[in-house]
Design a protein around this ligand. Structure first.
Ligand SMILES: Nc1nc2c(c(=O)[nH]1)N[C@H]1C(S)=C(S)[C@@H](COP(=O)(O)O)O[C@H]1N2
Ligand SMILES: [Mo]
Length: 529
């Protein structure tokens, strides 16, 4: 046990440093508390608000580079970095508080918690009047539809906790340094109790953080097994998940309404049962994220059920000036389609996926499905459809991503697995090919790194809007390493380009290559199961 008088944070070698350390630790607990309040009050945390702004402000090419480099890790990394930033801000505030206290001549004012509340108030004001407007949600978060009050309240609670805890701890560590008070067991106990309270709050927040982390972790569930051809229809739990959010919205279906308005003759709203009662369509559509790498797994296929968007728009009656159809979602996501594209029969407001109501992660209760365009054009958690007379850029388009977002022809070699080993004289290779709404007419495979090509056998596509699965037999000519390449031809006869492109701004391009070692049975070498 430490000497009874020893403060838990080493007292004031340098008071500003002690203040910083205390502020940093309490700040970390505060960042975690913000996450707990986020879940309890259902209003975005400071981290999320900052994250959204940061994403919007990052120049597209830089963001594209980061996406390519970090892929699925990007979002959790950003969220935890911003939590760290909150802790660091706490450190600075702790330092500043210690500094201001030392300016005052003794005897020091009591009770401390009043000063703590003042510190909290100062930080809350800073958050409400400077950080929130800078983050684009207006003072006090008034720009957050429906959750401004909850946001303000959670910020007030979080910074209030920070202020009181820091004031009490700084007083113990900085003011009541060894010279002020005689060594006492009571002082030690008081500090231990204070730190216990901070740790308790941190633990509460940590539990929330784990829950948020688990949700983000859902993105890491592998959408397919290495070396195995995926099923032609992706089961819902394996369907890839992408969203801009740290915490996705959970929509209350009883309160949910789809509003159709703007430049229409007869604006109206639909409840969930009303939407489900309209004439429906079912179609297979493959979705691919625009940030999917060549050979990447952000691509899946499902059977979607819903109402043709055309039906909803015709019921409202477009005014002649109508240019674009815009979509707004519960999470603030926005998208748009030109009128002629939105009126195509195959564009749906979908509410079922593979025979089940849309899972939360995939946009419950309703989302747009627009065959032929990258995933970003398929807004989830849809709440508003608005007809406008001007060009409208959605969430990702504002950052510089493609307005059209038409899927580029792509193909993947999935069997055998990259860097795997084969031992048979006849090897079956297999994979997928996808060209959005253009269809796939041919897939060719090369077993000698592109020198010669062989036609693969295609399975019939489930609809004009899906990927196709293909297979091809391979007789390795010699043992050793081989480079296999695949390329597809779309429904208009265009061969997939071999020219490589990064995902930003309009989707990755290039040919998928894998390396496979052929080791005939009986040959020397490490055996594999
Ligand atoms: N409301 C909302 N819709 C959204 C997004 C989002 O962040 N919010 N992300 C888009 C992106 S970038 C993709 S790739 C697809 C992914 O759909 P999925 O998660 O069902 O596969 O949803 C799109 N729809
Ligand atoms: Mo995406």
């Amino acid at each position: 046990m430490p000497r009874a008088s020893a403060p838990l944070v080493p007292a004031a070698r340098h008071p500003l440093w002690s203040g910083f350390l205390i502020g940093l630790l309490v700040g970390a607990a505060t960042a975690a508390l913000m996450v707990a309040l986020r879940l309890a009050l259902d209003a975005p945390s400071l981290q999320e608000v900052l994250m959204e702004r940061l994403v919007a402000l990052t120049p597209g090419p830089v963001f594209g580079f980061l996406i390519d480099a970090f892929q699925k890790l990007g979002k959790p990394l950003l969220f935890f970095s911003l939590s760290l930033a909150v802790a660091l801000a706490g450190g600075l505030a702790g330092s500043a508080y210690a500094w201001s206290l030392l300016r005052l001549a003794p005897p020091y004012p009591r009770p401390t918690y009043l000063y703590g509340l003042l510190l909290g108030l100062a930080l809350w004001s800073l958050s409400a009047l400077a950080v929130a407007p800078l983050a684009g949600i207006g003072p006090f978060g008034v720009g957050l539809p429906g959750s401004a009050l909850a946001f303000s309240l959670s910020q007030a609670l979080a910074w209030g906790f920070f202020g009181v805890a820091v004031a009490a701890l700084v007083e113990e560590a900085v003011l009541a340094g060894p010279s002020v008070e005689p060594a006492s067991r009571r002082r030690f106990l008081r500090q231990a109790a204070l730190w216990g309270a901070v740790v308790g709050v941190a633990a509460l927040g940590l539990r929330a953080l784990v829950r948020v982390g688990e949700k983000m972790g859902a993105n890491f569930i592998p959408t397919r097994q290495p070396g195995v051809l995926p099923p032609v229809v992706t089961p819902n739990p394996q369907f890839y998940i992408i969203s801009k959010n740290a915490v996705d919205p959970v929509v209350e279906v009883e309160a949910w309404k789809l509003k159709i308005g703007g430049l229409v003759e007869r604006p109206y709203t639909l409840t969930y049962p009303e939407l489900r009662a309209l004439p429906l369509v079912e179609e297979y559509v493959t979705l691919e994220c625009i940030s999917n790498l060549v050979g990447g797994d952000l691509i899946s296929n499902a059977l979607w059920k819903g109402v043709p968007l055309k039906h909803l728009l015709e019921r409202a009656g477009l005014k002649p000036a109508a240019e674009m159809i815009t979509f707004v979602s519960q999470d603030g996501y926005s998208e748009s389609l030109p009128v002629d594209q939105a009126l195509r029969d195959e564009v749906l407001v979908a509410y079922e996926m593979n025979g089940e109501p849309l899972p939360t992660a995939h946009g419950f209760p309703a989302r747009i499905i627009v065959p032929g365009l990258y995933g970003m054009k398929h807004p989830k958690w849809l709440t508003h459809i608005d007809v406008v007379a001007y060009e409208f850029q959605g969430f990702w388009e504002q950052q510089g991503w493609s307005d059209e977002a038409e899927v580029k022809t792509t193909s993947q070699l999935l069997v055998p697995r990259h860097l795997g080993e084969v031992s048979r004289v006849l090897v079956q290779t297999a994979g997928i090919a996808f060209a959005g709404a253009k269809g796939i007419t041919r897939v060719e495979v090369s077993f000698d790194n592109g020198e010669t090509w062989r036609d693969a056998a295609l399975q019939p596509a489930l609809s004009p809007y899906t990927w196709v699965l293909w297979t091809a037999d391979w007789q390795p000519a010699a043992s050793g390493e081989h480079t296999l390449v695949v390329r597809a031809t779309d429904g208009q006869g265009a061969v997939q380009t071999s020219e490589e492109a990064p995902t930003f701004p309009d989707g990755a391009a290039g040919l998928h290559r894998i390396k496979v070692t052929f080791r005939p049975t009986g040959a020397q070498g490490p055996s594999r199961p």
